[in-house]
Design a protein around this ligand. Sequence first.
Ligand SMILES: [Fe+2]
Ligand SMILES: [Fe+2]
Length: 225
Amino acid sequence: MKNGIANREVKKAVQTKGASGRARPIAPRSSTKVSEDGKLQRSEQPTPFEKMFEDMLKDIYWAEQHMVEALHTMTEAATTNELKEAFEDHRFVTQKHVSRLDKVFSMLGKKSETKKCDAMDGIIRETERIIKETPEGSMTRDAGLIICAQKAEHYEIASYGSLVQVAYTLGHDDVAYILEKTLRDELNADYQLTDIAEGYINPMADNETGEDTKEESGEEPKEAE
Ligand SMILES: [Fe+2]
Ligand SMILES: [Fe+2]
């Protein structure tokens, strides 16, 4: 997907997320305890907050891996070349997101693991349903695919936005920096999809009738029940 679209807005969105009125803490680690002789000791056991952070990384790792596959299906199903290209470009970017998460796991001294993301699984199944329910070669199909893709992007934006902030809180600034790069990619993808939908796909979908579908597919439209 082309970068640079609405960069000013992306920057603003990221800053807003980070600047929720609170300064980033300078990492008093919650797993650090004071021993009887007054010395600081770091527990080997992760805190529940650290464990939750790790689980959420596994969740988005699952989501990204499955989106690589889903974006391929969406590229094949799309009608217009512009949308096909947008999906194909974002599939390439999504593969990079998977690699970045591998790096994040290794920086945290963990092995890369997935945990099923029910939310993304649902969005992917919804996308498959839209493909089945919309006529092949129609703009309505593209409009539906964009809506599904934006649902996926919004899930990723919410996830990465939160993970960036938690990483900072846990003192993993280097990890937060990497996650923030992916957050920007997701925001750019979302803005690009909005541009495509509002630019011409939604208005053209609005002009489609059952007759268009009949002409293209050669099939008689079914009567409304
Ligand atoms: Fe992604
Ligand atoms: Fe994405």
